[in-house]
Design a protein around this ligand. Structure first.
Ligand code: GRG
Length: 287
């Protein structure tokens, strides 16, 4: 097993057990919503976003266990986005991660409320992170701002609105199409990935230079992540990079973005190994 696989396995387990601990209901009457929350979150997927928070905290020099609540928070926001994206009024998917989607297992109202509960719980987790030694309230306020912005109208929700309700016009100019695709990908997918990385860097007290380097890294791997995803899965009525530009350009562009992302890590010297391998993983992963 190589270093990256070991790292992914180890931190996936730690994230999963932290999520299990945090997502136990404390009252019989709230058990119904907690059951739906756990159904949405477990067994889960790659846990890529929380692992980015962890790796970014580590590269900036803090014990990464200290950022676990925030790492779990970004996974909850990701989970909420998937639950809502699967709804009949959005992408209308009956299955997610090889099992019935939340609205199919429970019902549509419960899926909306499960998404709402996951999103709000995420901010509760971020606030909880202030109870860990070495994490100041000021840093928590900064993280709340970063994560809220990346998830809302100027981030993921904005990208989802463009993708779902503003389908790229047939016959649009190349410039319009390129702006549109860039907007959708950098907002719908890129923003939360970038915020996950920034959260780790800010919590660990990274310098301005380190934070800027990680922002550049995050922007690039976030965009590349969605282009790679488009190559796996061509969907009707969704903006799809490889559908618009073809597989050859998609591969060329993802490789360029990954190279640029890895170059941004140079200031970290030998500490850059894991984030560099995670950048490669964006294109080598199988799902
Ligand atoms: C509903 C506000 C709102 C937003 C939805 C995330 C999203 C926006 C839609 C889901 C559909 C989609 C193709 C999203 C692009 C992001 C993406 C590639 C999600 C899958 O992420 P992975 O691969 O999933 O990290 P796992 O299952 O590993 O967690």
């Amino acid at each position: 097993m190589n270093n990256l696989n070991k790292y992914l396995n180890y931190w996936k387990k730690r994230v999963n057990s932290a999520l299990k601990r945090y997502l136990a209901s404390s009252d019989n009457l709230s058990e119904v919503i907690y059951k739906a929350i756990r159904y949405a979150v477990f067994p889960g997927g790659k846990r890529f976003r929380p692992i980015l928070t962890i790796a970014s905290a580590e590269i900036c020099g803090i014990d990464p266990s200290k950022v676990l609540p925030t790492a779990c928070a970004v996974e909850l926001i990701h989970s909420y986005s998937l639950v809502h994206d699967d709804l009949p009024s959005m992408d209308n998917d009956d299955y997610r991660r090889n099992k019935p989607s939340v609205h199919r297992k429970f019902n549509e109202g419960m899926a909306i409320l499960t998404g709402d509960a996951l999103l709000t719980k995420a901010f509760e987790f971020i606030a909880e992170n202030a109870n860990i030694a070495g994490i100041s309230d000021e840093k928590i306020v900064e993280i709340i701002k970063i994560v809220a912005r990346a998830s809302g109208a100027d981030g993921m929700v904005g990208g989802q609105v463009a993708d779902t309700f503003m389908i790229n016009k047939p016959g649009a100019t190349k410039t319009y199409t390129s702006r549109f695709v860039n907007y959708v990908h950098s907002h719908k997918t890129g923003a939360l990935i970038e915020a996950s990385i920034l959260a780790g860097a800010v919590l660990s007290g990274g310098s301005r230079e380190e934070i800027n380097a990680l922002k550049n890294y995050g922007e690039r791997i976030g965009f590349a992540f969605q282009i790679a995803d488009d190559m796996f899965d061509v969907k009707k009525d969704r903006v799809n990079y490889s559908d618009i530009y073809g597989t050859k350009k998609s591969k060329r562009d993802t490789n360029r973005l990954i190279d640029e992302a890895k170059k941004s890590l140079e200031i970290f010297g030998s500490k850059k190994e894991i984030l560099s391998l995670l950048a490669d993983y964006v294109v080598t992963r199988k799902n």
